[in-house]
Design a protein around this ligand. Structure first.
Ligand code: ADP
Length: 467
């Protein structure tokens, strides 16, 4: 394996998950085996101690019933009958060995009498004292008991721990033989689990690669995998849907912008051409200049509105919000549009309670009201009315702008907030189809909502909620 391949493998999640899994498995297994080992040695030691206590108690009972002579007989019988892995001693209180048996089986037979054990029996009145001895020239540890069988005699007995040690060694050897294959198996299981868990991620990655090389139409297949992976896949697919929609909208917008720019430019070019090929009178040139200025103004306004929409949607150029009196803003917008309304004999009716205050960007709110008011007058009939009413709602302000104009056909209603969308009947009137897009962007910036109800030839009502 090359160094690069090795590094790549090291950086893969599957490899690291396997490594962590195996290490955790090894550590917990070692800890469990260690605890088991300790537990087994503790239990075997306890069993040995229990046996030693029984022996001491038996001898003490004989001594109290039948006297010291009988003890000697019993002691010698014990020495004869028990195996060679035990030694027996009768000690006086000062540790002098009164009688002993089988000590020669333990190394050179020089088994030390423990002062500490004698002290704990004689001074601290303990019934028994235990010790684990390592005896020179003897290969195994020895468990030793000291127990007072009369006020002057202490019975001292030791049992080799050879069997327990052999048992524990067998256990350790078994663990050592099995541990490597077990750990390899754990690593293999860890690797398979990691591969299985990350399979979904690989599918998402594969789809992303395909998308980066081709079309946006591919999606991660919907399958029942793990919850997290399914969520990742569905979020990824949703993100793709959103990107696709955005790209489609951008394309449409490009087409619309190109179309909107081409018409006035074609018009300007036409006027210039006619003027050039005409009789060259000053009047023609003056008219051409005036037309060009008007077309340019329209174009500038169109571009500015488009920029305003984009900026409002993106939330850039945010000004510090200030408290705004909604009534005042609407009334000043009405004053501004009064002359246009009068031209069309449209009556502006307002129903606005005093002191309804909202915090926000003044200019944006002015654009919102003037766009809606302009439409309500522009698409109204001669002698019609526009009614503007405002009311306070639990967590904001509700505004209603109702007109008695041409109305909006049902099939157009879902599209009127789209950029450059204009209903067929309004094409004869001035406009670029951007006003309501800006209105919607402003309402969104106020965390609000806008909807419309309309009936052709009877009028339209816009409901706005600002927060
Ligand atoms: P514009 O008014 O410049 O065409 P808008 O975005 O303001 O663009 O409006 C989009 C379209 O929605 C208009 O072209 C018109 O067809 C329709 N519309 C908007 N407001 C009204 C209204 N109050 N009454 C009837 N139609 C309306």
């Amino acid at each position: 394996m090359s160094l690069k391949k090795g590094l790549n493998l090291w950086h893969t999640l599957s490899f690291r998950m396997t490594l962590w899994y195996t290490l955790t498995f090894i550590l917990t297994s070692l800890l469990a085996l260690f605890i088991l080992y300790q537990r087994i040695s503790y239990i075997t030691m306890k069993n040995t101690d229990r046996y030693l206590i029984e022996e001491v108690n038996e001898l003490a009972a004989i001594l109290s019933i039948e006297g010291f002579d009988e003890i000697i007989t019993e002691f010698d019988e014990e020495v004869m009958s028990e195996g060679e892995n035990k030694f027996f001693r009768l000690l006086s209180n000062d540790g002098t060995v009164l009688r002993s048996g089988n000590v020669e089986n333990f190394g050179n037979g020089d088994i030390h009498v423990s002062d500490t054990a004698l002290q704990s029996i004689l001074k601290h009145k303990k019934k028994y004292a235990f010790e684990t001895l390592e005896i020179a020239n003897y290969d195994h540890k020895v468990r030793v008991i000291y127990g007072a069988i009369s006020p002057t005699v202490i019975y001292n007995m030791g049992e080799s721990l050879e069997k327990s040690e052999a048992y524990l060694t067998a256990f350790s050897n078994l663990v050592l033989v099995l541990i490597i294959p077990f750990f390899c198996l754990a690593a293999l299981i860890g690797w398979l689990l990691a591969r299985h868990a990350l399979k979904g991620v690989e599918e998402v990655t594969q789809t992303a690669i395909e998308i980066s090389q081709g079309t946006l139409d591919n999606r991660v297949q919907a399958k029942r995998r793990h919850y997290e992976i399914d969520k990742l896949a569905s979020t990824f697919n949703k993100m793709l849907d959103r990107i696709q929609t955005l790209i489609r909208e951008m394309r449409e917008m490009n087409d619309n912008v190109a179309h909107e720019l081409r018409s006035p430019l074609t018009r300007m070019r036409g006027i210039a051409e006619i003027t050039l090929t005409g009789n060259g009178s000053m009047n023609d040139y003056t008219e051409m200049a005036a037309n060009t200025i008007e077309e340019c103004d329209n174009l500038i306004e169109l571009i500015n509105t488009m920029l305003d929409i984009t900026e409002t949607e993106a939330g850039v150029n945010r000004v510090d919000p200030e408290p705004l009196n909604i009534g005042e803003l609407i009334l000043s917008a009405c004053q501004l549009f009064e002359p246009i309304a009068q031209d069309k004999e449209v009556r502006l009716i307002t129903d606005i309670p005093e002191n309804i205050i909202l915090t926000g960007d003044r200019k944006k709110l002015q654009r919102l009201f003037s766009n809606l008011l302009e439409n309500a007058i522009k698409y109204n009939k001669f002698g019609g009315t526009v009614t503007i009413s405002v009311q306070k709602e639990n967590n904001g302000v509700g505004i209603k702008i109702a007109d008695t104009g041409i109305g909006i056909p049902k099939e157009d209603l879902p599209h009127i907030f789209d950029r450059f969308y204009r209903c067929d009947r309004s094409r004869s009137l001035a406009g670029a189809g951007l006003g309501l897009s800006l209105v919607k962007a402003i309402v969104k910036a106020f965390n609000g909502d806008i909807r419309v109800e309309s009936e052709p030839n009877r009028g339209s009502t816009f409901f706005i909620k600002l927060v």
